[in-house]
Design a protein around this ligand. Structure first.
Ligand code: SF4
Ligand code: SF4
Length: 654
């Protein structure tokens, strides 16, 4: 079947074609569509014998997949780059234990960053964990690498990371895919008891470290790591990769090469090395410079698709005769380090340029335009770059991220701020936020989030603040999905150590920021079955929180009273604000502003900052008056309670 697929969707097809039996992950942009595509194909009956799940967090997901691998099944784990931090405890140990069924970690990096707290580089993490990593430059290569990764994993008994970046994950192209899939059956007998293998005692770890070193050395020298003439993006390989567990114990010549070298002109002295999507930008830039100039100086280009273990032999062959190497890569200077190390180790005389001497961008995303400029300078040729413009030549204004009109989180933040005003603590309360849409509560006019660190940290940071500043109120906001992912241990810590904090759970019944995925609190699973939702209130009480108050986020009086009760409580307390995400709920009719009664004081707009509200001129009135954009308004009625003159009338059910 020929299908137009985005990179993430193609990964799902590649893994299914490779016979994957268990797919587990935790949502995180830019990786989320892999699990969703497997679930969709499963629901359509196109994938047989496959289990797919959103796990409670990345650590749980990786351990589920590793258990399946121990039974001989092929498993795929998915996460964004910071999700690997959460799963790292499991990863570093399971690499020492070794895998049985192929185990591939799909970890998507986010240069920019576009939707992350860090610009961390999973290639560095792979080296730290001593796990091979593959780095695609196109969605086609990504597809091919996933298939190869399963073979590599079983051949050497190692987990393998496939690490694309955002542009590869979200770019779309046509793929030939089988369309129907079946999981590879597990070998007879399934899990084989063997304490010397599966139980990670120190003596076993010591032996395993040697095994890891040996297999990394072998992988670095494998034919797939050597240089070739063209990158291979042959998707038919995915289907061939399916086989029994013993298949693929020896590398074969027909497997793709991911470190291609191109030589242009005679006796080149200039080298260019690139990894990931930067390799695609460099190819595009060189083609343009070639078209714009009569001739280019001789050069060699190496794409490094297997950055760890670094393909030293291939890189040595590439570097032969070169005087300079310009390295293009995003995030960290991983390849640059490797070429510098190579020069030191073999006393080579080339100079390496890149992030370290600021000849390439030291952070953020690369681009074709940037590569054209820098390569033209490096090669000493002219470049004519047309800067893309909007049709009328005007740049669109920057629009800051903001909570949606009608978002229940706005109502919850407003309730807490109002409750705090009535209490008037000596020092302003510290409001610790967390990862999710509700981080946007930081923006004016709400200013309801003072900190944001990582998943679950709001609850525990609030505890640290309450210790350091006794008497100062510390509150923590956490979403329902994050509560299950990383919040529970923080709650237990607050109860155990009796920290005087108030936990505000913003329960919108979904994982909203990453695309409305279900979680334990919803009970909906990706296998179609509905499990009993885990009740957040019961969980808090079971963990020992004695003051737990529930309120509907949009019932302003109830929400403010609930917030006040929890804040007034001495010791750990919690308030649960319930209100579904507007993506999941039916909108209500917008409220109506009485234009004659409105004084134009703007108190309402300044109180909640709903993007559907604005101050505008109305015919016959001199002052700016509050207007509601009917196309944006969700009819939540939060604004009704903010007007001191009662000029906003409640909307009606749509
Ligand atoms: S009812 Fe008011 S607060 Fe709610 S979405 Fe409409 S304008 Fe915004
Ligand atoms: S609706 Fe009420 S709060 Fe808003 S500007 Fe008019 S009078 Fe002021």
């Amino acid at each position: 079947m020929k299908k137009l697929l985005m990179g993430n969707e193609a990964v799902a097809h590649a893994a299914l074609a490779a016979g994957v039996a268990v797919v587990a992950g935790y949502p995180g942009t830019p990786s989320s569509e892999v699990v969703e595509t497997v679930a969709k194909l499963n629901a359509e009956g196109a994938a047989q014998g496959v289990h797919v799940e959103w796990s409670t967090n990345e650590k749980a997901a990786l351990e589920v997949v590793f258990g399946a691998s121990a039974s001989g099944a092929r498993g795929l784990f998915t996460a964004k780059q910071m999700g690997l931090n959460v799963a790292s405890d499991a990863l570093l140990s399971l690499n020492y234990v070794g895998v049985r069924g192929g185990l591939v970690l799909y970890v998507a990096d986010d240069p920019g960053p576009i939707s992350s707290q860090t610009e961390q580089d999973t290639r560095r993490f792979a080296a730290f964990a001593k796990v091979p990593v593959l780095d695609p430059s196109t969605p086609e290569e990504l597809y091919s690498m996933v298939a190869y990764a399963f073979n590599l994993s079983e051949r050497y008994g190692t987990p393998v990371i496939v690490r694309p970046t955002t542009r590869i994950c979200h770019a779309s192209t046509f793929f030939d895919v089988p369309g129907t899939y079946a999981a590879r059956p597990i070998p007879d007998g399934g899990f084989v008891k063997d304490d010397s293998h599966w139980v990670i005692f120190p003596a076993r770890s010591f032996r395993a470290h040697a095994e890891i070193n040996e297999r990394l050395d072998a992988i670095a020298k494998a034919p797939q790591a050597q240089e070739g003439n063209e990158p291979r993006g042959d998707e038919s390989r995915a289907d061939e990769s399916r086989g029994d567990e013993s298949r693929g114990n020896e590398p074969t010549d027909d497997e793709p090469c991911f470190n291609p070298v191109i030589e242009v002109g005679e006796d080149p002295r200039l080298g260019i090395a690139a990894g990931g999507v930067s390799a695609a930008y460099v190819r595009e830039a060189l083609a343009l410079l070639q078209a714009q100039n009569e001739s280019l100086p001789a050069y060699k280009l190496m794409q490094v698709g297997t950055p760890y273990p670094f393909p030293e032999d291939a890189a040595l062959a590439f570097a032969e005769g070169l005087e300079q190497i310009l390295v293009f890569e995003e995030l960290d200077y991983v390849l640059e380090d490797e070429f510098l190390k190579l020069a030191g180790k073999y006393h080579l005389v080339y100079t390496v340029h890149g992030k370290l001497d600021e000849r390439t961008l030291t952070r953020g995303e690369n681009s074709s335009e940037d590569a054209i400029r820098r390569l033209a300078d490096y090669l000493g040729v002219a470049a004519n770059i047309e800067t893309p413009r909007t049709p009328d030549g005007v740049q669109a204004p920057v629009r800051p991220p903001v909570l949606c009109a009608g978002c229940p989180h706005r109502a919850s933040f407003y309730a807490v701020k109002q409750a705090l005003r009535s209490i008037k603590p000596e020092k302003a309360a510290v409001l610790c936020g967390d990862i999710g849409c509700y981080t946007l509560g930081n923006a004016k006019p709400l200013e309801a989030v003072d900190t944001c660190l990582c998943m679950g940290a709001g609850i525990t940071m609030a505890q640290g603040i309450s210790i350091a500043e006794p008497g100062r109120k510390a509150l923590a906001f956490i979403g329902d999905s994050t509560f299950f992912a990383s919040g529970l241990t923080g709650v237990a810590n607050a109860v155990y150590n009796q920290h005087d904090i108030t936990i505000c759970v913003l329960d919108n019944s979904t994982t909203a920021m990453t695309g409305s995925q279900p979680h334990p609190g919803t009970g909906a699973t990706l296998m179609g079955a509905q499990s009993k939702p885990i009740d957040i209130e019961e969980s808090l009480r079971a963990l020992g929180i004695q003051c737990v108050v529930c309120a509907h986020a949009f019932n302003a009086a109830e929400a403010q009273a609930a917030a006040k009760e929890a804040i007034d409580f001495e010791g750990p307390s919690a308030v649960i604000f319930e209100g579904p995400c507007i993506q999941l709920s039916k909108p209500f009719a917008p409220p109506v502003v009485d234009a004659q009664a409105c004084t134009g004081c703007a108190v309402c707009v300044k109180a909640i900052g709903c993007p559907a509200m604005s101050m505008q001129t109305i015919e016959g009135r001199e002052k700016l008056l509050m207007c509601i954009d009917q196309s944006l308004c969700n009819g939540c009625n939060l604004c009704v309670s903010t007007c001191p003159f009662d000029t906003i009338g409640g909307g009606q059910d749509a």
